[in-house]
Design a protein around this ligand. Structure first.
Ligand SMILES: [Zn+2]
Length: 359
């Protein structure tokens, strides 16, 4: 875990606290893994020959350092409390959205709904651009403030974490007490509690039932990008990337039971970056300026990782930037008359170029 190790060296005096932070951030990182869906696909596109992931130069990107800095303000005690695996504090909001936000109605994005209009408007543009007709893929927000709602927290402990009633009640009370006792948690609005983005196919989950396909965007992640100066482009980039995963589900590039290893995860993620960049740049898509597209490349740079041996490896920051640049250059190569490539064709072009992108 090179990325985490670098940070641990920087703040080595807080070694114990950092180990706990490591536990929390591992939860966050692993929850970026795409769930394998239950929908069968008849499509079986060939998987190209993929270059192995070879550890190389890689630096922890600013977004992750920013998130670490947010944990450090908690101090050791709160880090210890929130790292408790039985409380599930870092997972609660994201898992709630995953299991129980099952409609696009009344959704908002950003702690104060500041990104809602942009996300809704870009989602319409994305579906038009890709001729994406599946009306049952909802975009939902993940909000740590849901932890203030005892009923929701109890339901999570009971159905998702499988606790018996007495334990679910005790833990739901504990969450309420913790949020009241420690102002550092910002009543659940601290970015650590909703630092995520996900694309989920429709699926059935034990104890919960059928959930529709969805895209989840966490307030914490949006806040991180706001703080780094990317508020004008990050919401669009995140949404376009996640819709890219739903295009991959449609095409069978992502499918049920698919075993992801570092090189296959990297391909899937970098391709989703290319899908996003292609839409954001294309004159018939978002038509962003070059300056904004360069910012988008920085957004995806920030979501790269140095976890070369982890099955969910998303590509290094530099590789994600390269995939983004490849996507936006392809979209603008012949100016305003550039026809929109079907998603399937773009995937083929991307695969043909992938080994150069990851160099
Ligand atoms: Zn992704």
């Amino acid at each position: 875990m090179t990325g985490y190790f670098c940070v641990m060296k920087i703040i080595k005096k807080k070694n114990y606290a950092m180990k706990l932070i490591h536990i929390i951030t591992l939860t966050i990182a692993s929850s970026l893994i795409l769930l394998a869906g239950c929908r069968k696909s008849d499509n079986n596109p060939a998987i190209p020959d993929l270059a192995d992931v070879v550890p190389g130069n890689c630096t922890t990107p600013p977004l992750r350092l920013w998130l670490f800095s947010q944990f450090v303000t908690w101090g050791q005690e709160l880090t210890l409390i929130s790292a408790s695996p039985e409380l599930h504090m870092p997972d609660m909001a994201n898992f709630y959205a995953l299991h129980y936000e099952n409609s696009g109605e009344n959704q908002y994005f950003g702690t104060n709904a500041e990104h809602t209009d942009k996300i809704n408007s870009v989602y319409k543009d994305l579906k038009r651009f890709w001729k994406y007709n599946n009306k049952n893929v909802f975009v939902v927000g993940s909000h740590g403030s849901m932890m203030q709602d005892r009923e929701k927290v109890f339901k999570m402990y009971k159905t998702v974490f499988n606790y018996p009633d007495d334990k679910a009640n005790r833990y739901a009370d504990s969450i309420g007490t913790l949020l009241k006792t420690y102002p550092q948690f910002l009543k659940g609005d601290h970015p650590a509690f909703s630092f995520n983005q996900l694309a989920i196919p429709d699926t059935t989950i034990a104890n919960v039932g059928r959930i529709p396909a969805k895209i989840i965007i966490g307030d914490g992640l949006l806040k991180g990008f706001d703080e780094l100066g990317f508020k004008d482009v990050a919401p669009q980039a995140i949404l376009a990337h996640e819709l890219g995963h739903h295009l991959q589900y449609e095409l069978g590039i992502l499918k049920t039971g698919m075993k992801l290893v570092p090189k296959t995860s990297r391909r899937i993620e970098l391709m989703a970056d290319a899908y996003a960049a292609y839409f954001l740049a294309h004159p018939q898509g978002a038509g962003m300026s070059l300056t904004n597209l360069q910012q988008v490349a920085e957004v995806f740079f920030n979501t790269g990782d140095c976890d070369f041996a982890v099955d969910s490896h998303h590509g290094t920051p530099a590789q994600r930037k390269a995939a983004t640049e490849w996507g936006y250059k392809l979209a603008t190569v012949t100016g305003k008359q550039t026809p929109i490539l079907p998603a399937e064709d773009l995937a083929k072009l991307f695969d043909a170029e992938l080994n150069n992108i990851v160099k």
